[in-house]
Write a protein that binds this ligand. Structure first.
Ligand SMILES: [Zn+2]
Length: 445
């Protein structure tokens, strides 16, 4: 019997945190949802899911997989294995690889590497400008028409700072229902910046990165999106002012969506006092007031989604002094736990909301919510069996050494977090069982 044809009975699972049920996965779809303890288990593999919350497979709109070019930090295979371990069934792979994903050839290469690895669907993000240089538009249409079917375009890591180029990109993607995902960072206001500009940067003597450098670009871009009638997505929004601008834009009917990272939901710039470059990230960790504002924005729907900005780095790029270290932190394996701690356990989001902000909404923004490989779908009979089972009562201490990602730059090392992904299914095939990634029925690390 091949693995693909294995029938699973998730016994006693709680779909979206509701009442316990038996959920039967067969032939890649959710075949049956019945009262707990009543499903026919003949010939099926039974997964004891008592007390566990069943969510649609998580979808990350913002992942750095580093392949091609920096396979020492992460590969498509290692990054998507980490994604599966974190409950994800699809990731959008950012374009700042080497070579840059600015042609049909590179996005198709990344797409195929994802298919070969088999851990999660990989949807390449196409660069907005050639080489991320911010000078000429890349061939957006060719990437959209390619086998990778690109719908999200971003120079992430860099801002599309030129307003004329940004306008042209917004106009261009309308033809194929694409979206421009902006890394909002005014370059002149952040030259040499190392951390959030504020009391802490002044005290410890690191060059500050003002909130206005993010907010000014977001304000400009929502107005451009309104002007040309296009779709804008704001990457990793991090300040209270950014939340206000997006709230205002939505109230005007502007077609804008926004994401927040798990780390901006929980960590503050106080951590820079340690000079530990693990906490060096772009955009920088902000103040406690900003953390409260992004939580509020996520709770009231101003912020649409949580996206990881998983940014693996090799040791030599991170184990050095703050000023020389690369920006970025890993996040795929801790995202759901951070959302549980900051939003669910505090009563600000339900598990149904979590399914929205970590699955349905990112799938819709990335236009991967329809077709044979649809993601972010309801937990309902007949839907593709892209699912994750999480034990919300579990607690674990994050240990960089036992993470699945190839890189060790987690900001949560030594920290206890709630929740543990027990199983992940990609179109009915288990990618994680008993909390461990599986291939061909065998646990792997
Ligand atoms: Zn970015």
């Amino acid at each position: 019997m091949s693995l693909e044809s294995t029938t699973y009975v998730l016994r006693g699972a709680r779909p979206l945190g509701g009442d316990a049920a038996d959920v039967v996965l067969r032939d890649g779809v959710i075949a049956e949802i019945t009262a707990a303890g009543t499903a026919d288990t003949t010939g099926a593999e039974v997964v004891d899911a008592a007390g566990q919350v069943l969510l649609p497979g998580l979808v990350d709109l913002h992942t750095h997989l580093r392949e091609p070019g920096r396979e020492d930090a992460e590969t498509v295979a290692s990054g998507t294995r980490a994604a599966a371990a974190g409950g994800f069934t699809a990731v959008h792979a950012m374009a700042n690889t080497s070579p840059v994903a600015d042609t049909a050839g590179v996005v198709e290469q990344v797409y195929r590497l994802g298919q070969e690895a088999g851990w999660a669907d990989v949807h390449p993000v196409g660069a907005v400008t050639v080489g991320l240089d911010g000078e000429r538009l890349a061939e957006l249409g060719a990437m959209a028409d390619s086998a990778a079917h690109v719908r999200v375009f971003s120079d992430d890591g860099r801002c599309v700072a030129d307003p004329v180029l940004m306008r042209r990109a917004l106009e261009y993607v309308k033809a194929f229902d694409g979206v421009v995902a902006q890394h909002a960072q005014e370059p002149r206001l952040t030259e040499g910046a190392q951390m959030n500009e504020g009391i802490v940067s002044a005290e410890i003597g690191l060059t500050g990165w003002p909130a206005v450098a993010e907010e000014a670009i977001i304000a400009r871009d929502v107005l451009l999106a309104e002007h040309v009638g296009s779709r804008l997505h704001v990457c990793h929004l991090s300040t209270a002012g950014s939340v206000e601008i997006v709230r205002w834009a939505k109230s005007r009917g502007i077609d804008v969506t926004a994401e927040v990272t798990p780390h901006h939901l929980i960590l503050t710039d106080d951590l820079a006092r340690s000079y530990d470059p693990t906490f060096k990230v772009n955009p920088p960790l902000r103040t406690a007031a900003d953390v409260e504002a992004v939580r509020e924005g996520l709770a009231d729907g101003t912020i649409d989604i949580v996206a990881t900005d998983h940014a693996p780095h090799s040791r030599e790029d991170k184990d050095c002094e703050w000023g020389a270290a690369a920006f970025g932190m890993t996040g795929l394996e801790t995202a759901l736990s951070v959302v549980q701690e900051t939003m669910v356990d505090t009563g600000r989001l339900t598990w149904s909301d979590v399914a929205r902000v970590l699955s349905a909404a990112p799938a819709r923004i990335g236009r991967v919510d329809t077709g044979p490989a649809a993601q972010g779908r309801p937990v309902a009979v007949g839907e593709p069996a892209n699912l994750t089972l999480v034990d919300p009562a579990a607690r674990r201490t994050v240990d960089g050494g036992t993470q699945v990602t190839a890189s060790g730059n987690t900001p949560f090392r030594g920290r206890e977090l709630p929740g543990q992904v027990r199983a992940t299914f990609l179109r009915g095939r288990a990618t994680v069982l008993d909390g461990t990634p599986v291939v061909a029925g065998e646990a792997v690390r």
